[in-house]
Write a protein that binds this ligand. Structure first.
Ligand code: ADP
Length: 459
């Protein structure tokens, strides 16, 4: 068993703060790294120590420079690195570099990252254990002819996906054969630029599916459990906006099947640490595996609220070698995980919904937040006087509510976003309120195209 005395977070914003808090609760000292552009960001003041990194590197590369990060970690006596989400979180090379430097990477092994971080190889694993996947290619597409052949087999519309893609990027939907060439070229170029890898594959594009995902936790001794599902169907441009649990529009039997299928995949690769297995459920109720995210996710909070299990603390404990059934983690077996009530997470962003969600920047001149029983806030740079820069994603604060009833959780979400006062930068608050008030949302029954086909939400 290892003992972490000092943990570095190789990330920024709200997730860095989330990890620092979990460390503090476990009595572990914390270390932040920050880019030149993040000099005035709140997260770095929330760690016990913080260091400027990659001053000349630019806003993103500072958090992506494996050599610099490991050097600093070694110099400062860091025992382990938590990668958060995005940046290096799914990077097997980084996990391996940590291992070689004698530093624990808080996440799965490099082998699992390689297998599951890639959409094609994870799809093959799902098929191997008999979990349904979406019809399409199981291998990289090498030419336009091949793309045409597979598209004609599954039938239009199809979706071109970057195997290394993430965050809703690197995907293009193609509705007719004539557009395939252009879209194929665009998808490859985009993938090359965004992920340094132009591997593309094709799937049938499901119309109006729900996005349902399952939280997994596994320890180093082969014990794996699921922490039930989340409904993440409220999306804009394939990016999640509001998430909730349980996914009560599906039958209990369907939810059970999806969780069981997630476990099959996780067991097959002996999954270790926290991860999420994502599915789409089509209008007829068939579910299909789409990908695995081998890391903590933005929306992990809703699962914590209904299960009472702190996922980030669990990550830190698992990485130190605690088994799931240790008193510290406290999960004796699957039956030990009980879901109580309902939870919803709203992502408040500094984006202008009336201007096609263009990111807004500038100084926050007023910031007052809501609160109360059943309301949890996980904020990044949210305070009066904060400067919102254009360099990073526009997530400002996550509002997560809990109630015994779904309608109660919605009311608390509406109340707390109503209490939120933000001046100086535009936010998506009015848009979130419109979604929360919509009857389809209240029925828990949105599909991933809901926002696009509901223009009233933009009023
Ligand atoms: P990322 O890794 O970028 O998040 P995902 O594979 O998880 O990409 O897909 C993100 C979203 O894109 C899904 O939640 C869904 O809305 C949409 N999507 C992906 N694949 C398909 C598909 N085959 N048919 C319909 N929608 C899809």
């Amino acid at each position: 068993m290892k003992v972490f005395k000092k943990v570095m977070v190789a990330n920024r914003g709200e997730i860095a703060i989330r990890v620092f808090r979990a460390c503090a609760d476990l009595g572990i000292r914390t270390l932040a790294i920050y880019s030149n552009e993040d000099k005035y960001s709140l997260f770095r003041t929330k760690a016990d120590e913080s260091y400027l990194i990659g001053e000349q590197k630019g806003p993103l590369d500072a958090y992506l420079d494996i050599g610099l990060i490991i050097d600093l970690a070694l110099k400062k006596g860091v025992d382990a690195i938590h990668p958060g989400y995005g940046f290096l979180s799914e990077n097997a090379e980084f996990a391996r570099a940590c291992e070689e430097a004698g530093i624990t990477f808080i996440g799965p092994t490099p082998y699992i990252l390689e297998k599951m971080g890639d959409k094609i190889s994870s799809k093959i694993i799902a098929q191997k254990v008999g979990v349904p996947t979406i019809p399409g290619s199981n291998h990289p597409i090498g030419s336009l002819e091949e793309a045409e052949f597979i598209a004609s087999q599954c039938g239009f519309p199809v979706i071109l996906k970057a195997s290394a893609g993430g965050g809703g990027r690197g995907m293009r939907v193609v509705y007719k054969k004539e557009d395939l060439l252009t879209e194929y070229e665009l998808a490859r170029n985009e993938a090359k630029k965004a992920f340094g890898n132009d591997t593309i594959f094709i799937e049938k594009y499901l119309e109006k599916p729900k996005h349902i995902e399952v939280q997994i936790l596994g320890d180093k001794y082969g014990n794996i459990v699921h922490l039930y599902e989340r409904d993440c169907s409220i999306q804009r441009r394939h990016q999640k906006l509001i998430e909730f649990t349980p996914a009560f529009s599906l039958s209990p039997e369907k939810r059970r099947q999806i969780c069981e299928d997630a476990l099959k995949i996780a067991r097959e690769i002996q999954y270790e640490n926290a991860g999420t297995i994502e599915f789409l459920v089509d209008a007829r109720g068939n579910h299909y595996f789409i990908e695995m995210n081998p890391r903590i996710q933005v929306e992990h909070t809703v699962t914590e609220m209904v299960t009472g299990i702190d996922l980030v603390q669990s990550q830190l404990l698992i990485a130190q070698g605690y088994p799931l059934d240790s008193p510290a983690i406290g999960i004796k077996n699957q039956d030990d995980i009980k879901v109580r009530g309902y939870s919803i997470q709203c992502r408040v962003t500094t984006e202008d919904p009336r201007n096609n969600f263009a990111p807004d920047t500038g100084k926050i001149t007023v910031y007052r937040s809501g609160g109360g029983f059943g309301v949890r806030l996980d904020a990044g740079n949210a305070f009066t006087g904060a400067i919102i820069t254009p360099y990073y994603d526009s997530l400002l604060v996550k509002i997560t509510t809990w109630d015994r009833q779904f309608t109660g959780a919605v009311k608390k979400a509406l109340r707390s976003i109503g209490e939120l006062r933000i001046r100086g930068v535009k936010t998506n608050i009015p848009f979130l309120a419109n979604v929360l008030n919509h009857p389809t949302f209240l029925a828990g029954d949105c599909h991933t195209g809901f926002i696009d086909e509901t223009p009233q939400l933009f009023e």
